[in-house]
Design a protein around this ligand. Structure first.
Ligand code: F6R
Length: 612
């Protein structure tokens, strides 16, 4: 989604803003802009449709704009087409106020009409422009910027993270937040705001997370924060331990490839602090054994790939806990009147911790009395902060839009949580528990061995990259795996692809199979291996090209029927998808590479979906 960065310091602001925006490029955008303030030259603004390089060229890499205070924005169009005028920042009518905004102002039309009736004329089609115009309107009558900001915030409805410059205040800018992420960064003699910590990681690791309703006045000498009532407050500071190099490509052609390779290490980091003497423990978990025993239902709620982790979680947790576990898309859960009470645990899974639907599902669950535990990658994100418990995935910054290492670490945490609950509930035999723990420890090395042998996957990608329709079929955990394999392929290669539970083929889908259709047949779930084989025979008989994925122990059997077989090491059944996903990620990557797609920034997609 849109990205915001703001700077106040002693250096020239524009180059720093452009650098920050570049680090937010991965979130997806269609235009970008910056505005800086200086006492001598006033407010200067440049914005342009297209990639950041257009803005760089327009500003001579920022050198043509002079000032030590500024705000920048990458836009992902919601209201009004992507063009130069609709790009942010937006100016008020007299040009004294500039605003950047993430989120949606829901009542913007009503405010726009009101301002038009007062003689204000608008330049853009955006909801954001009303913020700048309304602020000018209130500022003109009070002459006090802070109180005008509060008045404006009381009038607008919806979600916002805002950065605001005003010509009368050349030493500072204002930030405000509600339901859209915004953090404050504390540097040496300088201060920042950013919608995402990666934008400012190069300059500071000291941050605070703004809460809903808060307003900040940001200047080189420090940041003053006020609550929704206007009272000054002290913000807790956090040190971000993400490595800057983790957010850089480091010689790889794409972040996605780098992040696929980082998975074993990310899983190691996620597992090792939580295993002690052969047992899983979660240092920060507040949920007590008694509370775990009192749960009669678990919901897993998430979107996209995080939801696919939840689908695996449903199979695994039900098996381990003998309790009903439902997995629901967050966008459905929030409008579904779900059966949730104080004996329900709602597990929210989100890499970014900012996905709006997941956030709203969380709030609904809490309102209905459920206990909420989230599995999140971004420390201090909104979902993490609003959950009763949070278990972090230690994947580090994930920059490619298509998730890989966050998916894998989410899955690892969910499996560990299942083990922890099962031991607490006494629903697992000690020998079974020990076997899973031991396989969990071996997982990173096994994954490394998959990553060492990518040539067969590359070969298959070069053979099939020009297919225009692909089916992923599998049963049980293989079905869940197929959902993610299919999403990876379609989102980065733009090939139409569907995942089906193999048992459903005969209920309609098989009519789509014709000579040359590519079917990725998943047979890593060994208890149903024979059924997977039967389905391969079935689609092969209709002329499909088959790429089968199974385990090393079943590879020879599968090769009797399928002409192309990929194999991953055998592991405990519950952990098998953690290995199975790697060839599917790589297949999607190599296919997209062959097709010349923009792998790290697929069209129409954003990394963090903070609007509905
Ligand atoms: C796909 C992908 C998305 C996200 C989804 C949820 O590769 O990354 O489907 O999984 O947008 O995002 P988070 O996990 O941040 O809530």
């Amino acid at each position: 989604m849109c990205g915001i960065v703001g700077f106040a310091g002693k250096e020239e602001a524009a180059p720093i803003l452009l650098d920050g925006l570049e680090r937010l490029e991965y979130r997806g955008y269609d235009s970008a802009g910056v505005a800086v303030l200086s006492e001598k030259q006033g407010l200067q603004m440049k914005k342009a449709k297209g990639r950041l390089k257009v803005l760089r060229a327009l500003t001579d890499d920022g050198r043509s704009l002079s000032g030590h205070v500024g705000i920048g924005h990458t836009r992902w169009a919601t209201h009004g087409e992507p063009n130069d005028v609709n790009s942010h920042p937006h100016l008020s009518q007299n040009g004294m106020i500039a605003v950047v905004h993430n989120g949606i102002i829901e009542n913007y039309l009503e405010i726009k009409e009101f301002l038009i009736s007062k003689g204000v004329s608008f330049r853009s089609d955006t909801d954001t422009e009303v913020v700048a115009q309304l602020l000018e309107y209130y500022y003109a009558s009070s002459g006090d910027l802070k109180s005008a900001v509060y008045k404006m915030l009381h009038r607008i409805e919806g979600a916002y993270a805002l950065g605001i410059l005003c010509v009368d205040y050349p030493d500072c800018f204002i930030a405000a937040r509600k339901d859209a992420p915004l953090l404050l960064g504390y540097g040496e003699g300088c201060s920042f705001i950013a919608s995402d910590v990666t934008a400012i990681l190069k300059y500071t690791r000291e941050v605070s997370y703004m809460a809903d309703g808060e307003v900040a006045v940001v200047s080189a000498s420090g940041i003053r924060v006020f609550d929704a009532m206007g009272l000054e407050i002290e913000k807790e500071r956090h040190t971000v331990d993400w490595d800057v190099s983790a957010a850089e490509k480091g010689g790889y052609a794409h972040f996605m490839y780098k992040e696929i390779l980082e998975q074993p290490e990310a899983i190691r980091k996620t597992i090792s602090p939580r295993l002690k003497d052969g047992h899983v423990f979660f240092e920060d978990l507040k949920l007590t054994a008694e509370e775990i025993r009192s749960l009669n239902r678990i919901f897993i709620v998430a979107c996209g790939s995080s939801y696919h982790v939840g689908v695996i979680g449903k199979y695994n947790l039900e098996r381990l806990l003998r309790r009903p576990v439902e997995v629901v898309l967050a966008s459905e859960f929030r409008y579904a009147d779900p059966l949730v009470d104080e004996h329900t645990l709602v597990i929210v899974i989100s890499q970014s911790g900012e996905t709006l639907d997941s956030m709203m599902a969380l709030r609904l669950a809490k309102k209905l009395g459920a206990r909420v535990l989230s599995i999140v990658n971004v420390v201090g994100s909104s979902i993490a902060r609003e959950s009763d418990d949070v278990l972090y995935t230690w994947a580090g910054p994930e920059i490619a839009v298509a998730t890989t290492k966050a998916y894998s670490t989410q899955l690892t945490v969910l499996n560990m949580l299942g083990l922890y609950f099962a031991e607490t509930l006494g629903t697992i035999e000690p020998a079974e528990y020990a076997a899973i723990v031991s396989e969990l420890q071996a997982l990173p090395a096994r994954m490394e061995s998959v990553l060492e042998n990518t040539e067969p996957i590359q070969y298959l990608a070069s053979r099939y990259f020009n297919h225009d329709s692909v089916f992923f079929i599998g049963r049980n955990l293989d079905y869940a795996l197929g959902l993610e394999g299919s999403l990876k392929l379609k989102e980065i290669s733009y090939i139409h692809s569907e995942a089906y539970a193999s048992g459903e083929l005969k209920h309609g889908t098989i009519s789509l199979i014709e000579p040359g259709t590519l079917v990725i047949a998943l047979g890593t779930y060994t208890p149903l291996f024979d059924k997977a084989m039967s389905n391969v025979i079935e689609v092969k008989a209709r002329g499909a090209d088959i790429v089968a994925l199974t385990t090393e122990s079943r590879c020879a059997d599968m090769a009797k029927t399928a002409e192309n077989v990929l194999a991953v090491p055998d592991t405990h059944l519950l952990l098998q998808p953690s290995l199975g996903i790697v060839p599917l990620q790589l297949f999607a990557y190599y296919v997209a590479l062959q097709r010349g797609c923009d792998i790290d920034k697929p069209r129409n997609l954003a990394k963090s979906v903070t609007v509905e």
